[in-house]
Design a protein. Structure first.
Length: 304
């Protein structure tokens, strides 16, 4: 099943500028929220500040990863540096999980021993945070469709924006009704949402780094299509992986009948053409075996 790469492409330099603006905005917001959280006594505001700080760190990591990923392949990194963005995404999702667990703990502790909170400070800084989070999400929205690295950032900021809405509502309830337990309740809600986002998204980067088969490629269908090529008798020892986020690769052994051995170049061209046209497999390495000298009892996938 072919997969679509019809994403909105943004000039790399323009994308870098967007990420840089988001870094500065989140850095200034983090400082303001921490100071405001300490002065107001709001754990929810500090929780939102910590989350924003994690966003700034994530943006810095993503910014560096984008720069490194564009470096060409060399003798030390023969596949190139594209996978650094996958590593950056894994780091960002892992940091989200750690932050979520910490905020969950702090929220429970504050629920047990609630303290007075200055509602106006919470509402005002929550509003500023919402504006910055919305700006950052807008800056990264179109970029996240084609990059797992930027998608991790976008989800960071989307969760921040929703957390800021919760903080504003909490501050309003404190102002109107003196309901102070709502502050730790919102903190726990923010933590639960952060954990949900991170745990549902982290599997993709892990799968790629573990050399798992691309999730949007039907490997059995690919093998069947190659096996249907005229002159091919069998396919085995197949390995599918992603060299980087959007570069699907395959290496496999192809058994060719002895009487067609002289047509290997034509058979190879037919296989590569079908792989590219039908399954978007751009990189393939094919090892050919004559039918009378093939590996016996070879596994379809893997080395066995």
């Amino acid at each position: 099943m072919p997969h679509d790469h019809g994403h909105a492409h943004i000039d790399p330099e323009s994308g870098d500028r967007r990420v840089a603006v988001a870094i500065w905005a989140n850095g200034l917001l983090t400082i303001a929220q921490i100071v405001g959280g300490i002065l107001s006594g709001s754990l929810a505001l500090i929780a939102d500040a910590i989350h924003n700080f994690s966003d700034m760190a994530s943006l810095v990591i993503a910014f560096g990863a984008r720069k490194i990923a564009r470096r060409p392949a060399d003798a030390k990194m023969t596949f190139g540096y594209g996978r650094v963005e996958i590593v950056a995404a894994l780091i960002n999702y892992t940091s989200l999980i750690l932050i979520g667990v910490y905020l969950l703990y702090e929220g429970v502790m504050r629920w047990i021993e609630p303290s007075e909170v200055a509602g106006w400070t919470v509402v005002i800084l929550g509003g500023v945070a919402l504006a910055v989070d919305t700006l950052t999400a807008l800056l990264t929205y179109s970029m996240q469709k084609g990059s797992v690295n930027i998608r991790a950032l976008f989800l960071h900021n989307l969760s921040d924006a929703l957390a800021s809405v919760a903080v504003i509502l909490g501050g309003t309830l404190i102002l109107l009704y003196d309901i102070y337990w709502v502050d730790p309740a919102i903190t726990i809600g923010i933590a639960a949402y952060i954990l949900y986002l991170a745990l549902t998204e982290i599997g993709g980067p892990i799968r790629t780094l573990m050399l798992g088969s691309p999730p949007d490629v039907d490997t059995d269908a690919v093998i069947a299509a190659v096996s249907e090529i005229d002159g091919v008798e069998e396919v085995h020892h197949a390995h599918f992986w992603q060299m980087e986020e959007h570069a699907v690769a395959l290496d496999t052994h192809v058994v060719v009948s002895r009487d067609r051995w002289g047509e290997i170049e034509d058979i190879k061209a037919a296989i590569k053409s079908r792989l590219k046209d039908e399954f978007d497999v751009e990189h393939s390495t094919l090892e050919f075996e004559p039918a009378d000298r093939k590996h016996e009892d070879a596994d379809l996938y893997g080395h066995g």
